[in-house]
Design a protein around this ligand. Structure first.
Ligand SMILES: [Zn+2]
Length: 232
């Protein structure tokens, strides 16, 4: 099955396309909103064209590139191998991070998504340094232990583990060169460190504060309800 741009009658895509949305994460249909015109294709004879779809779930634009197969007198045939320009973003509960660390981590994860592994490594080190400076004096030791733990859980070999640890905690020189495989491990480690250091801590503190508040009440249903009202 192909996609056609007809001389009379415009854009024709017989099959609906459903994919994970990089914006909302839903498995949602791609609905065409901006498609190339037949006249423009015949005039320019491009090898590839861009199509703008929108996500049926969240309405965000989805930019797609595809190949031109044939330029015919009645219609132009496009390949159905649609390459999305925006890849799904790495998710993180950024709301728990102090603002400068949030910014650094966002850029770090964007480098990973873009496949820029060495830029990713440099940003990882920068993010880790900023985060550790912001935490207490025990944090560097704890983060090394956490890292060792994640690498052990992931059954990462010693040489790779060494590269990951050097990127994270190395002093002085630039981080070592990374390939896709090491980057894949490193992103899980760095997300876990930031999660443990900020998200988990903040959630635990809030949960314990809440439980102690209720424990301080007499414990019956009425007082819990009153407590909830006061907290709301
Ligand atoms: Zn969406």
């Amino acid at each position: 099955m192909s996609i056609y741009v007809n001389k009379n009658g415009g854009f024709e895509q017989p099959e609906t396309v459903v994919r994970e949305c990089p914006h909302c994460g839903a498995q949602a249909q791609l609905v065409p909103v901006a498609t190339p015109s037949y006249e423009a294709l015949i005039e320019a004879k491009p090898r590839h064209v861009g199509i703008v779809y929108r996500c049926a779930a969240c309405n965000e634009p989805r930019f797609v590139r595809t190949a031109v197969r044939t330029l015919g007198p009645e219609r132009v045939e496009l390949a159905t191998n649609l390459v999305e320009i925006e890849r799904p973003h790495e998710r993180f509960q950024y709301g728990y991070l102090p603002e400068p660390i949030e910014r650094a981590l966002r850029e770090t994860l964007q480098c990973y998504t873009a496949g820029l592994h060495n830029a990713f490594a440099s940003m990882v080190r920068r993010t880790v340094r900023a985060a550790l400076k912001n935490l207490d004096a025990n944090a560097p030791r704890q983060w090394r232990e956490l890292t060792a733990d994640v690498l052990r859980v992931g059954e990462v070999d010693a040489a790779t583990a060494d590269v990951v640890e050097t990127v994270l905690f190395g002093m002085g020189e630039d981080p070592p060169e990374l390939d896709a495989d090491v980057a894949a491990i490193l992103i899980e480690v760095v997300k876990d460190l930031l999660y443990q250091g900020y998200v988990r801590t903040a959630k635990l503190k809030a949960a314990i504060r809440m439980r102690r508040f209720f424990a301080g009440e007499s414990g019956n249903v009425t007082s819990i309800d009153r407590g909830r009202r006061e907290l709301a």
